[in-house]
Design a protein around this ligand. Structure first.
Ligand SMILES: Cc1cc2nc3c(=O)[nH]c(=O)nc-3n(C[C@H](O)[C@H](O)[C@H](O)COP(=O)(O)OP(=O)(O)OC[C@H]3O[C@@H](n4cnc5c(N)ncnc54)[C@H](O)[C@@H]3O)c2cc1C
Ligand code: SF4
Length: 570
């Protein structure tokens, strides 16, 4: 007979998901002495075993080109060397996309979630980002101001460690920075070109340590952050937050635990989280005084939508019907350029950190009569990094023959390319949202999400502006633009929804319960012990990558929750 096992213990707080939001919540609450149970759908992470930071291709079968050497033949895969358990498609855990729509969803299933994989670009939202409606009449204002969240940006940067310089640029607020990383040769050339065009190009703001911090070693500039960092010099919530929280004795971790439903009582309070124990496919319940959902923006919406009860027939805390709505991703467009000035330079180690050392913040804030609302920043790629599997596919396609001739051709061209990637703000629209697909369940029997996606003219015009800017920069470098940066992930001159991996807005905060799900501290309007701590509460998705803001808002929500518990309000 089917039986649900209930935990005898009642935890103060159950946190669902261990990424940026869940990791921060666990850290803040356990530091305050609160007992936390963390439910994570993936397995435990063991950095020493799982991260292949310094593994060289020749050390593994087929040089890591896949079990059947797929990479040699140009087939895309999420590489062997990358931090583990990050997927565009998870076996047995599908999602669907509405007819004629395009959307792709990158998910990680492991302690630390996507913070094991992410690029660590860490930008604060600016003051005007919290007032989009007041600025241009589109979207909705946040119930929070920059001044209210700034102290939490300070805490977040101070704890995770973010490089940068104080620049006094309104679109790129200054923060609590570690020393910056000096630019490399291709970046110096980009800076010079930007100067000619009157575009700022400043040291990047990255969650990588240029000094030791909180027991984490300083970066040794191997350039492999995407593989996971053994010394925890690149921030991940697993290494920087969850492992230290375990030492407090206040944290119990349940891995392989896929939350299925939040159980609420007649008064509307959550009493337990029901989850599937993946190891033995049994259903279990874990009891709690409060729950913080931080499963990533779309998974959090899915969990609420799947938590139906007589009182909440459209899903928990969803009387407004807003759960799943207001979905956004970042607008993406990228272009490569060939820069002859980089040809024939003496080869040298230019690894640096695993990412850019300089970037371009939005620079046209004060321009009148722009072609599109809002703005974008530019991320810069290039350099003479260690070649990887597939690095020379392009050169081999472009050149007839093999042997010395081919090698000379590769040597001449290697490191002479730069990549410019625009990352801009999308405005929420009524055609873009996720809901539960009435026809699909995953391998655990949990109803799956269905995505609906449409870019509006605002985003399409913005991507066109990016193209022209990138051509201008490449030509100012004396180079030629030669192709889309990510052809497999862009269609019609703009990224496919979801592929910039900055989903936000599916459980928004606001002051009006008819139009929003959460109050300003990320607590549900309708359920007083339910909090959401990922990017789902974000009312807009400014052109700044979301993760630093997830940490800041989760920190603030967790302190508030702890205080509410202390007062007996939860
Ligand atoms: C390659 C890559 C590059 C990126 N670069 C940047 C960047 O440079 N800057 C930036 O700001 N952001 C970047 N991002 C995005 C960044 O990773 C995410 O914004 C961030 O990790 C989101 O944190 P989160 O807590 O919302 O969720 P996640 O990090 O996705 O973690 C969610 C966790 O919840 C678990 N989970 C999901 N559902 C359930 C369930 N039902 N029950 C139990 N557990 C569940 C998952 O297994 C996962 O571990 C990048 C992402 C990728 C993949
Ligand atoms: S470049 Fe620095 S932060 Fe990145 S993996 Fe290497 S040591 Fe870690």
């Amino acid at each position: 007979m089917f039986q649900v096992k209930r935990s005898p213990q009642v935890f103060d707080v159950v946190v669902v998901g261990s990424g940026a939001g869940g990791g921060t919540t666990v850290k803040v609450l356990t530091d305050l002495g609160i007992s936390v149970a963390l439910l994570e759908a993936g397995p435990m992470l063991n950095p020493a075993k799982d991260f292949k930071e310094h593994v060289l291709p020749y050390q593994v079968d087929h040089r890591g080109a896949g079990p059947h050497a797929e990479e040699y033949f140009g087939r895309q895969q999420w590489g062997y060397f990358s931090a583990p358990n990050g997927y565009w498609d998870i076996d047995g855990e599908p999602y669907t996309v509405a007819k004629d729509n395009e959307f792709r969803w990158f998910r990680s299933r492991i302690i630390g979630g996507r913070t094991n994989h992410y690029g660590r670009i860490s930008l604060r939202f600016a003051d005007y980002d919290f007032k989009p409606y007041s600025t241009d009449g589109l979207g909705t204002d946040w119930p929070v101001t920059y001044d209210e969240i700034a102290p939490y940006y300070d805490k977040a940067e101070g704890f995770i460690g973010v490089t940068g310089t104080k620049e006094g640029i309104r679109s790129a607020p200054d923060g609590n920075f570690l020393p910056p990383i000096p630019p490399r040769v291709h970046e110096v050339l980009v800076q010079k070109a930007c100067k000619k065009l009157d575009i700022p190009c400043i040291p990047s703001r990255m969650a990588m340590l240029t000094r030791p911090l909180n027991g984490r070693a300083a970066c040794h500039y191997c350039g492999q952050c995407g593989r996971g960092c053994q010394t925890a010099s690149a921030f991940s919530s697993s290494q920087a937050m969850i492992f230290p929280a375990l030492k407090t004795g206040k944290l119990t971790i349940f891995t392989g635990a896929m939350a299925r439903e939040l159980i609420s009582d007649g008064s509307g309070k959550v009493t337990a989280v029901s989850y599937v124990d993946k190891q033995n496919r049994t259903e279990k319940q874990i009891r709690c005084r409060a729950v913080v959902v931080a499963a990533s923006a779309c998974e959090s919406a899915r969990l609420l939508l799947n938590s139906k009860s007589p009182r909440f027939s459209a899903g928990l805390a969803n009387s407004s019907g807003q759960v799943g709505r207001n979905l956004t991703d970042t607008v993406g467009y990228g272009l490569n350029g060939h820069i002859p000035a980089l040809e024939g330079l003496p080869r040298h180690n230019s690894d640096g950190i695993g990412g850019m050392h300089v970037y371009v913040p939005w620079w046209l804030l004060d321009k009148k009569e722009k072609e599109f609302p809002r703005g974008y920043h530019i991320e810069i790629g290039g350099g003479f990094g260690m070649p990887q599997i597939g690095s020379f596919h392009g050169a081999c396609r472009a050149h007839e023959g093999y042997g010395k001739q081919l090698k000379d051709h590769i040597r001449l061209g290697y490191g002479t390319g730069i990549g410019l990637a625009g990352r801009g703000e999308m405005i929420p629209n009524e055609h873009t949202y996720c809901d539960i697909d009435p026809h699909g369940v995953d391998q655990w029997g949990i109803p799956v999400l269905r995505f609906h996606w449409r870019w509006s003219e605002h985003e399409i015009k913005q991507a066109k502006h990016m193209h022209q800017t990138f051509v201008n920069i490449i030509e100012a470098m004396g180079g030629t633009a030669n192709g889309l940066r990510n052809p497999e992930r862009e269609s019609g001159g703009i990224s496919v929804g979801g592929t910039i991996i900055h989903e936000a807005g599916t459980v928004i905060m606001g002051s009006d319960p008819a139009k929003s799900v959460l109050k300003k501290f990320c607590k549900a309007h309708e359920v007083k012990n339910l909090f959401v701590a990922d990017a789902a509460p974000f009312v807009s998705n400014p052109d700044k990558n979301v993760t630093l803001s997830i940490v800041a808002f989760a920190w603030r929500a967790s302190e508030y929750l702890a205080e509410e518990m202390r007062k007996g309000n939860v």
